[in-house]
Design a protein around this ligand. Sequence first.
Ligand SMILES: [Zn+2]
Length: 278
Amino acid sequence: CASQSSWTAQASSQMAELKTQAAEKLPDPPEEILLPEGWKQTLPKEQHLWVSKALFSRDASGKLKLTEALQLWWSPPGPQLLYSQPPAFPDPFFHSRLFLWMPCHMWAYRLPCANPNCRRLGNYLRPCGLYNTVRRVLDMSGWYFMVTEYLECCSCRKKVAGWSQDILDQLDPIHREKFPAVLTYSQTPGKSAMSLYRHLCVRHKEKWLAQSAEYLTVLDKFQDLSAVTAKLPQMMPVPSPSLLLTVYAKDVLTRLGEMKARVTSIYGSILKMVSTKK
Ligand SMILES: [Zn+2]
């Protein structure tokens, strides 16, 4: 029976070797994306992994948990410094920043509910999780993403998003100032919507070209690019001059002399402008 046992030993060692090879060759299982369902729908797919890793984990019961180390601005890790093989996707070269706006959670505000009856009775809003929609916000040389908390009246159950004007207006100026002002006419050479539009187009294009160039430079170092199938992402178009003007006009109308920054949401994006403080 000696030959039998040596055959078995040989077979099992071969089997182990095969298993090791298989383990080496198998690609890593896709990492679990921990994001609220609404975010998965509204945040572009290429941003999912880094936002998931930066902001979320699972608690002991398996529920999605927001990190306790909160901050307003979150920067993506960006591309690796060195690549030993061509990056399969250009995503890290095109990631955008994320702004997390949770004034009540972050600074422990107890803001009154806007309902007149509630206001009279002193009913307040309490944080009830994250708002389901991610907003894309126009910036000088690109876009960033904005997310916020959802607040609920403890009595009438009315809900409001943390970035709503009613909430912003009630914050201390120090906190209010932290809400990002995105575009100012003072940052542009001309004063018209058309010159702002042209300026934005140039800056957006420059940024996109720089990101593309960095990605292509990395690919250029490799001979075999057969594993690289992903295309460069499209540049997100800058909103039209008339849309920029509409937002600015609304901004001026709603400020009525007060230098309040104004958020206007159009077509799922926020365009925000503050005129020069004279
Ligand atoms: Zn209420």
